[in-house]
Each structure stands twice: as structure tokens, then as C-alpha cells.
Design a protein around this ligand. Structure first.
Ligand code: GDP
Length: 605
């Protein structure tokens, strides 16, 4: 091979670390060469590239061989991470003598409708550690309970394997034991099998919760047989899989399940060093109007204290407050304790590792370096965004033999669900249909999102969020398709159906009234009453209703009582004030919006 490089300068000594995905322009200088050298060399090897095109691994390796450089290719961000980790690790680590038992962390998985949410709700309300009678538990993404025999157990409050696998994809394994929920009347279903594979891949023990045994058509033996087929042989059949029969909605068998989990945890000998600086995982995070970035974290070693400097992903700061699963401010949190942390500079991602740093300057340095990298990556953008098609038109394009690109603008209520939805959508991709995310973000749908969707011909998907009035108007005038979902399963089903040309009839929600909360009163024995002003439309008793805070859905239900000047009334019109009864939902604040709506089917053309 001839010498194709112009420059005779020596290449740098030692291993040169290069990030995958760089262009000739970025790559060449690290080897003391110019982009032109690289381009010319590759051209002579039959490959035509430009200075800004992404180089393939082999192209870089070939060139390195040519100039005699020793190359180490790493994933984007990895080099920096390696350096950053080195800065952190000032070996206060693993003193074996300081290990103490810690609570197991549990994720509940299983097929849709088998009772996961019911189980988590029941446990949360009945057993929260040191919860006062009737004390309200906050939804912070995880909670800790105590069994009757005094063992502590931590539950991740997001059921299903989407969040679980998302965490694992980011290298974070928080779950110690999986509770596999199987309904006795329905048996092993596709998502049950998926959950089993996820737990196996993560090498996490499975405890089966055989739910709904109260139902007439429950068939325990049949389900046990199905489980055995998947190598989960129940103890009663001579295997080693613990199966707890239960009826979650009737609080039947839940205590047994908790004791079994505690027993498995004891066998697993889960320990952690509770001394030293804290390290752990971000479970979810969001931006709160009053409190700024709020992250729910799970400490896996050390103890996090108020005032600690910390970094989580690109977010950094000093811990301003630590709030536990009952909404109480606490001073510190040890291993397996889920808490909300205030004081971060921005909203970290679910699955990000967090660490307490030795000082604030260090925390800031690391956070800012990561931020810089994120900005750079974003500027490169999602290269696959191109002329998009509408969800409805996808099928006709596939039939025409073209590859359809579905551009998506995705908004969700919290980072956890944003990531889970993204991952699940990505898994729907196939040869003929590509997905490209034009933008993804946390929070209500704004005019900005509509603009973006309009210019890229994207479909706007909202998960647990709503467009505000201005955004709705703009969407109508710009012909942007907004699809709103509250259940991942439904969302995926729609996208999948669109891909095979079977989009189900769409229900349009017609907003019938909008009231602004002005004041919240507490009435003994009745509960909360929201004093409201009807901003548009009509508020009527019995209609479906949603409570919105900053465009994010915080509650759904129906209006049970409606009053005007202490008198019950059927409806209240625009421009008037009224009192709306809040039977099940107490957490309303002035400024929240109460939206009533009807569902109407839109015929397909
Ligand atoms: P998820 O989709 O797995 O989270 O399931 P849910 O917790 O939402 O439960 C689905 C439905 O099953 C709800 O209507 C529950 O009330 C009901 N359910 C849950 N547990 C039981 C049970 O033990 N027995 C019966 N009969 N119904 C149950």
C-alpha cells in the first residue's frame, strides 16, 4: 500500500481514544492528519466520503493501520465518563466490614389488567413504614413498607417491564426481586412471558403472585401448569418457584406475599454499606413549578444528606430538601430508601446514576461537562427526521412499496414515562416503517410543539399530558394531528394498527367546559370543595372531568357535586363562579384547571 497521507508528522504515541460516530473532520486531527488525508485515503480504497460524514469503525481502523496509530474506539460519551468516574472515585469504597442488610427492591410485572396497579395501591395504602393512620402517601415513584414481622421492602411504583428494561438499557439495575403477577382467570399471557424473559435476562429471582383467585372462572391448577411450562415450577409441585395465591382487590394474600418477599430477600443476603457518600439511581424526575427540578432517587449505597453536593446525569447541585414517600421532609436517606430530592440545576433522566460529590465545584464540573456533550449531540440531531407521513397515511405508503417515516413529537408527564414510551415505540419499527423523534420532552403540549410538528409533518403524541387552549387552536389551524394517551398499551396498539392499515375508530374528546380553581375549601365530613370560575363552556354535574396542572393531567374522574351559592345545581355557564366537590381527589391548588369533556366517535374516511 502506498503512502496516501500528505503529512509526514508523526502520529501521537500510545493509545488514541476515538468516539464512534465522528466525521473525518473530527477524527483526522487526533492522528495529526487532515480531513483531506482521510478522504483521499478512503477514496483510493474505493470509498467515497465527505469531511462531515460519519465514519464507520472499519474506515477509522483502516486509516489508523495505514498511519501506524494505535486506536481505541469507544461509544460516544464513554471517554468523558471514564475520566469523570476517575475524578469521583476517591476510594471511600467497599469496606466489607461495614456492610449492613438493606431492604430488597421489588418491581411488579405481568400482563395488562392482571392487577399490578391494584396490588401496588393496596400495599402502599396499608403498609407504608411509620405511616400514621390515614396519612396520605405521596406518589414519588417508589415506596417502602414494613411487613408484619418487621422486615422492610421497597416497591417501585411503576408496574410493567417497560420501565424495568429501560433502566437496564441504561446500565442501571435497581430491582432485586420481580413479582410476576398472573391472573388466575386469564393465565399466562404474552406480557407475562415477556416479563419472565426480562427477569431472567436480569438474573433476578421471580416470585409469582397468582391473583384474582376470587373469580368464578379462576383456574389455579391450569395456571400452575402454564407456569411450569415456562420453567417456573411451583413449590407445591416439587419445584422452587414461590407462588402466592391472592386477590389483590380484596387484600387477600398480600401479607403472605410480603412475608415471602422478605424471606427471599434474606436468602439473597442483600447488603450495602450505609456509610460514606451516597450513590444510586434516578427513578423519575420532573419539573415542578414551585419547587424546580424534582428527582425521585433510590440510594443504593452510602447515605444522602441535606447539603450534599450531587450530580445526576447532567444535573448538579446541592441537596436542598429530602422528602420521603409520605411527603415528609427528612434529613438523610440510606440504602434502598426512595426519596425525592430538591436542589438540582435541571431535570435529570430516569435511569441516570447520581452520586454525592466531595464538593460542589466537582459536582458542577461533572454536570456541566455532561451538559456540553448533550448539547453537542442534540445539535447533530436525529439524522433520520425527513419528510414524514401521517399516522393515518402510513399504510397507503407501505402499500405503495415505499418506506414510510413516521415523524413523532412526543410529550409526557414525567421522564420515566417519556423513556418508556420512546423505547416501546422504537420496538415497533420495521423494514417498511421507520420512526424518527423530532422532539421529546416532559410537560404539557405547547404552541412550540405544534409548530415543530407542523414544520416536520409529524404526529404529536401526548402521554398523560394535554394541549392548552392556544395549542389546541393552533393544532386545528395548522392541521397537526394530536394523539393523546394515558395507557402505553393503547398508544402502541394504535401505532401498530396504523401500520397494518387498521386504525381503530377514533374518539374525539370534545371539551365542554373549562373552569379555573380559585380557592380550595375544606368542609367537615364532606371533604374538599374547589371554588372555581368557569372560563369557557358549561360545567355540568355527572360529566367526565380532568384536572390539569401546567398542562399535565393530575386526576381523572367525574363531577359528583356542583354548587352555586351553596345550592346544588345541574350546570354552571361561562363567566360564573361555582363550587365543585372533590370526593376522591384532595390535592387541588389555586390555578389548576378543571376540564370537562365528552367523547364522540369520528368516522374514518
Ligand atoms: P394492571 O393493568 O395489571 O395494573 O391491572 P389493574 O390493577 O388495573 O387491575 C385490572 C382490573 O382487575 C381492575 O378492574 C381491578 O379492580 C381488577 N382486579 C385486581 N385484582 C383483582 C382481584 O384480585 N380480583 C378481582 N376479581 N379483580 C381484581
Amino acid at each position: 500500500m502506498g503512502n496516501y497521507t500528505n503529512s509526514d508528522a508523526p502520529v501521537p504515541d500510545g493509545t488514541i481514544i476515538i468516539e464512534r460516530g465522528v466525521s473525518a473532520q473530527e477524527f483526522a486531527p487526533k492522528l495529526n492528519r487532515t480531513a483531506a488525508d482521510v478522504i483521499r485515503f478512503l477514496l483510493n480504497n474505493g470509498e467515497m466520503i465527505t469531511a462531515t460524514m460519519t465514519l464507520a469503525d472499519e474506515q477509522m481502523e483502516l486509516f489508523a493501520l495505514e498511519v501506524g496509530a494505535d486506536l481505541l474506539l469507544v461509544e460516544a460519551g464513554q471517554q468523558e465518563e471514564m475520566e469523570l468516574q476517575a475524578m469521583f472515585d476517591d476510594s471511600d469504597d467497599e469496606d466489607e466490614t461495614l456492610q449492613a442488610p438493606r431492604a430488597p427492591v421489588i418491581t411488579v410485572m405481568g400482563h395488562v389488567d392482571h392487577g399490578k396497579t391494584t396490588l401496588l395501591d393496596k400495599i402502599r395504602h396499608a403498609n407504608v413504614v411509620s405511616g400514621e393512620a390515614g396519612g396520605i402517601t405521596q406518589h414519588i415513584g417508589a415506596y417502602k413498607v414494613m411487613t408484619d414481622s418487621g422486615a422492610e421492602i421497597t416497591f417501585i411504583d411503576t408496574p410493567g417491564h417497560a420501565a424495568f428494561s429501560k433502566m437496564r438499557a441504561r446500565g442501571a439495575q435497581v430491582t432485586d426481586i420481580v413479582v410476576l403477577m398472573v391472573a388466575a382467570d386469564d393465565g399466562v399471557m404474552p406480557q407475562t412471558i415477556e416479563a419472565i424473559s426480562h427477569a431472567r435476562a436480569a438474573d433476578v429471582p421471580i416470585v409469582v403472585a397468582l391473583n384474582k383467585i376470587d373469580k368464578d372462572n379462576a383456574d389455579v391448577q391450569r395456571v400452575l401448569g402454564q407456569l411450569a411450562e415456562h420453567e417456573l415450577v411451583p413449590e407445591s409441585w416439587g419445584g422452587d418457584t414461590i407462588v402466592v395465591e391472592m386477590a389483590a382487590n380484596q387484600n387477600l394474600g398480600i401479607d403472605d406475599l410480603l412475608e415471602q418477599l422478605a424471606a427471599v430477600a434474606e436468602l439473597e443476603e442483600l447488603t450495602a454499606n450505609p456509610t460514606g457518600r451516597a450513590k444510586g439511581i434516578v427513578l423519575e424526575a420532573n419539573l415542578d413549578t414551585g419547587r424546580g427540578p424534582v428527582a425521585t432517587i433510590l440510594v443504593d449505597k452510602g447515605t444522602l444528606k441535606i447539603g450534599d453536593p450531587i450530580v445526576a446525569g447532567a444535573a448538579w447541585g446541592k441537596v436542598r430538601a429530602i422528602i420521603n414517600d409520605q411527603g415528609k421532609q427528612i434529613k438523610e436517606a440510606g440504602p434502598s430508601t426512595p426519596v425525592q430530592v430538591l436542589g438540582l440545576s435541571q431535570v435529570p433522566n430516569a435511569g441516570d446514576e447520581f452520586r454525592a460529590a466531595s464538593n460542589e465545584k466537582m459536582a458542577r464540573l461533572v454536570g456541566e461537562a455532561r451538559q456540553q456533550r448533550a448539547t453537542l449531540t442534540n445539535q447533530r440531531g436525529d439524522a433520520r427526521v425527513q419528510r414524514g407521513v401521517k399516522l393515518e397515511d402510513i399504510f397507503s405508503q407501505i402499500q405503495a412499496g415505499e418506506v414510510a417515516t413516521l415523524n413523532i413529537v412526543l410529550k409526557a408527564d414525567v421522564h420515566g414515562s417519556l423513556e418508556a414510551v420512546t423505547e416501546s415505540l422504537r420496538r415497533l419499527e420495521r423494514e417498511t416503517v421507520k420512526l424518527a423523534f423530532v422532539n421529546r420532552g416532559v410537560g404539557g403540549i405547547t404552541e412550540n410543539d405544534i409548530m415543530l410538528a407542523a414544520t416536520t409533518n409529524a404526529t404529536l403524541i401526548g402521554f398523560n399530558v394535554r394541549p392548552d387552549k392556544k395549542a389546541r387552536e393552533m393544532a386545528a389551524s395548522e392541521h397537526v394531528e394530536i394523539r393523546l394517551y394515558e395507557i402505553i398499551y393503547k398508544l402502541l396498539e394504535d401505532v401498530e394498527r396504523a401500520m397494518v392499515g387498521m386504525l381503530a375508530p377514533e374518539f374525539e374528546e370534545v371539551i365542554t367546559g373549562e373552569a379555573e380553581v380559585r380557592e380550595v375549601f375544606r368542609v367537615p365530613r364532606i371533604g374538599g370543595i374547589a371554588g372555581c370560575y368557569v372560563r369557557s363552556g358549561v360545567i355540568s354535574r355527572g360529566t367526565k372531568v380532568r384536572f390539569l396542572r401546567e398542562g399535565v393531567i393530575i386526576w381523572k374522574g367525574s363531577i359528583t357535586s356542583l354548587k352555586r351559592f351553596k345550592e346544588d345545581t345541574r350546570e354552571v355557564r361561562e363567566g360564573f363562579e361555582c363550587g365543585i366537590g372533590l370526593s376522591d381527589f384532595q390535592d387541588l391548588k389555586p390555578g389548576d384547571i378543571i376540564e370537562t369533556f365528552e367523547e364522540r366517535e369520528i368516522p374514518r374516511v
